[in-house]
Design a protein around this ligand. Sequence first.
Ligand SMILES: NC(=O)c1ccc[n+]([C@@H]2O[C@H](COP(=O)([O-])OP(=O)(O)OC[C@H]3O[C@@H](n4cnc5c(N)ncnc54)[C@H](OP(=O)(O)O)[C@@H]3O)[C@@H](O)[C@H]2O)c1
Length: 365
Amino acid sequence: MKPDYLAERQGNPVTWSRNSCLPPLKHRLALVGFGTVAQGLCQILYSRRADLLKEHAFDFDIVAVTSPSRGSMYDPEGLSLSKLVELGTSRAPFTDHLQTWDSEAVIRNSNATIVIELTPTDLKTAEPALTYCQAAFESGKHIITGNKGPAALNYQNTKSLAEQSGLAFLNEATVLSGTPVISLFQQSLAGIRIHGIRGILNGTTNFILSEMESGARYEQALETAENRGYLEADKTADIEGFDAQAKLVILANILMDIPLRLQDVQRSGISSITSAKIQAAKQADKRWKLVASLTMDGDQVLASVQPEQLPLSDPLSHIMDTGNALTFSTDLLGDVTISGPGAGSIETGYSILSDLLTINRGNSV
Ligand SMILES: NC(=O)c1ccc[n+]([C@@H]2O[C@H](COP(=O)([O-])OP(=O)(O)OC[C@H]3O[C@@H](n4cnc5c(N)ncnc54)[C@H](OP(=O)(O)O)[C@@H]3O)[C@@H](O)[C@H]2O)c1
């Protein structure tokens, strides 16, 4: 059942009512990857279509969808959004508007104006996402991606490729999913300087530590996390801190213009945290958390991801279960903290919508 806030409004006529005589630009979207996030995005776009047009002058068609196991669909006039929502609930191969192009060919040859890249993250090669970004920029298309690979391994180059063509390369989904972090600093807090970052960037490890505090052993907590689908295909990405490491690198590159690399971040995960350590911390009114932090010592950047025992007076100690939170030390506002979901189909789908609206406002590059 869909949550209330996604109650369908398809019955409403799609009208454009801003004080403008010009109709809004119609964006043509290509979804590369049709998994959890792409399907969440389709649900949001389906249920909010009329409101997005009326309130944000955002008009769109989804012209292409690709999935290696299901095929590629392409209709230059736009695919049916209600059909895409339906297709999200099955694993059946696509049958309508079939195209023999693979994902890269769809990016290069379709009439899409924005490519939404939602393939699995690979933190060793950043592929296939890097190739897809390049193909999009070479064929004059904006990129919105939830994939951490390009921004964690090759942000500066990819961004400058986009800029050379006057195109957007947007990554809101990569850190804290739909909880605004990147757009918060690029839009609402534009002009401020960040000189430190500290936070909980991985919901799965936070969930495991929360379960252990409630009495579960590490293996039990890991199994519960796995059963609930919280773990990445490669468990070590979460447990050993690689995911949080990549997110810290992304924040440093995008928000602080520091060309930090994965290897610059000291990293250790939570596999060494035993039930005994959790209980000892509890007795001392403390909590173990996997903390990602970046501080500046003059020009030197000190970045790490490691388990820390936090006193209960530390706001991060109160982030439980799959929650994420980030405190930014800023020059003009002091500490600014934001917390919220870091994963989920609708939550991350929303981050893609937020990037779409950024492009629609024309302030993305
Ligand atoms: N899920 C979240 O909550 C979340 C939050 C933040 C960021 N992200 C990031 O967002 C991205 C998408 O996540 P997701 O959860 O939607 O992943 P997912 O459910 O695993 O879906 C991935 C999709 O990519 C397709 N794919 C795999 N290899 C491909 C290739 N070489 N070329 C084209 N498509 C390919 C898969 O095809 P098949 O249909 O054939 O399997 C599938 O449709 C990932 O990079 C993830 O790290 C996810």
